[in-house]
Design a protein around this ligand. Sequence first.
Ligand SMILES: NC(=O)c1ccc[n+]([C@@H]2O[C@H](COP(=O)([O-])OP(=O)(O)OC[C@H]3O[C@@H](n4cnc5c(N)ncnc54)[C@H](O)[C@@H]3O)[C@@H](O)[C@H]2O)c1
Length: 389
Amino acid sequence: MYSTPCSPRGSRFSCLASVIANQNIQAIFQFNTDSSMFATQAITDRKIRFALVGCGRISNNHIDSISQHSEVAELVDVCDINPEALAKTVAKTGAKGHSSLSALLASTTADCVILTTPSGLHPNQAIAVANTGRHVLSEKPMATNFEDGLAMVKACEQAGVHLFVVKQNRKNATLQLLKQAVEKKRFGRIYMVTLNVFWQRPQQGYYDQADWRGTWNLDGGALMNQASHYVDLLEWLIGPIDSLHAYTATLARDIEAEDTAVMSVKWRNGALGSLNCTMLTYPKNLEGSITILGEKGTVRVGGVAVNEIQEWNFQDADPADEQIAHANYETTSVYGFGHPLYYQNVIETLQGKAIPDVDGREGLKSLEVLIAAYRSARDGVQVGLPLHL
Ligand SMILES: NC(=O)c1ccc[n+]([C@@H]2O[C@H](COP(=O)([O-])OP(=O)(O)OC[C@H]3O[C@@H](n4cnc5c(N)ncnc54)[C@H](O)[C@@H]3O)[C@@H](O)[C@H]2O)c1
C-alpha cells in the first residue's frame, strides 16, 4: 500500500507526490509525451466520420451531438447485436447498420468508433478498434476493472490512435466555474469536500431492463455506474487522492453489485472528504451535489445533478462571480447537456486544433479511485493510491 505523510501547508509535498505519480504512470506505460505518437494525420479537408456501437439509451446523446456538429462530423455506421435496436437507429440516422463490431470494422470508413455498449465490453471492443488504426471514443466507465482499463490505454497508444473517455459532466457551466475557482486557488487551503448522489433507480424499469445492469463484470453498482461522474470530481477538482476507505451495500435491489455506498477520502493536499451515494432515494432523484469548504471560500453546487450553484462565497471577489447567476440550469436528465460540448473537443482534436479533454490516462484516474473503493469495501481496509507502484 502506498501512503505518505501529508504536509498541512502542502505545496512541497504535493509537488513531490505528483512527481511520484508521474513516475508511476511512466513506469506503467513507458510514456511517450511526444504528440507525434499519434501517427494519424489531422483531418482538415472533410467531415470527421464516426461509427457507433451499442444503440441503447445513451446512444441518442451521441447521435444528437454528432447532428449538432453536422457541418464537421457525420455518423456513417452503427452496430447492435439486438436487431430491433439496430433497425431503429438505422431508421433514425440513415447510417449503415451492422450486426457485429467485426462486420462494422471490416467495411467502415469511420475515423473514430464510439462505444456505447455495456461497460465491461469497452476494453475488448476498444482494443479491436485500435488494432484497425481507428480512434476510440468510450462511454464511461471505460472498463470495470483497472487492468482492462490499462490494456485499452496501452493498445491505443501502441496503435497511435486517440482514446477519448466521455466525462461530459465536466462541461457543465456550474462545474466549469467551480474548476476555475479551484485553479485560481480562491478557496485557499481546501479543508473538507462532500459529494452526495441521492438518486432513485427502480428494479423494474431500470435494473430489469437489461441483463448486464448491476453485474460485476459488465457494470458495477451505484459507484461505478451512476455516481461515476461524481467520483471523477474527486480528483479532477481537488487533486490526487492519498487514501480512501469505503463501505458498500446491496440493501434493496436484486443486483450483484451495490445500490448504496459511502467513501471517506484523504487527499494529498491534506483535505478530508466523503462521497455518499444511493439509488434508493424515495420516491425519485433528490440530489447530486458537491460542497467545498476552504480557508477563504465555501461553495455548494447542488440540484438533482450539480446544476444549481446554491452557495458561492469567497473572501476575495473575482470577475467570475458575475457569471454565477447565469450558470444554473434546469435539467430533466441527470446525464446533463455536456455530450455536444464534449464532442466539440473530440472533433477539434481530430482536426489537429486541440488536445483531448479526457484521454485514456485521464479516464484511468477515476477508474483507479473506483477500484480502490471496491477493494476497500471488499477487504475492510484503507486503500492507498496509486494502486500500481
Ligand atoms: N455518460 C453518461 O452520463 C452515461 C449515461 C448512461 C450510460 N452511460 C454508459 O453508456 C454505456 C451504455 O449504457 P446504456 O444505458 O445506453 O445501455 P443500454 O443497455 O441501453 O444499451 C447498450 C446497447 O448495447 C448493445 N450491445 C450489447 N452488446 C453488444 C455487442 N457485443 N455489440 C454491439 N452492441 C451490443 C445492446 O443490445 C444495447 O442496445 C454504459 O457504459 C453506461 O455506463 C453513460
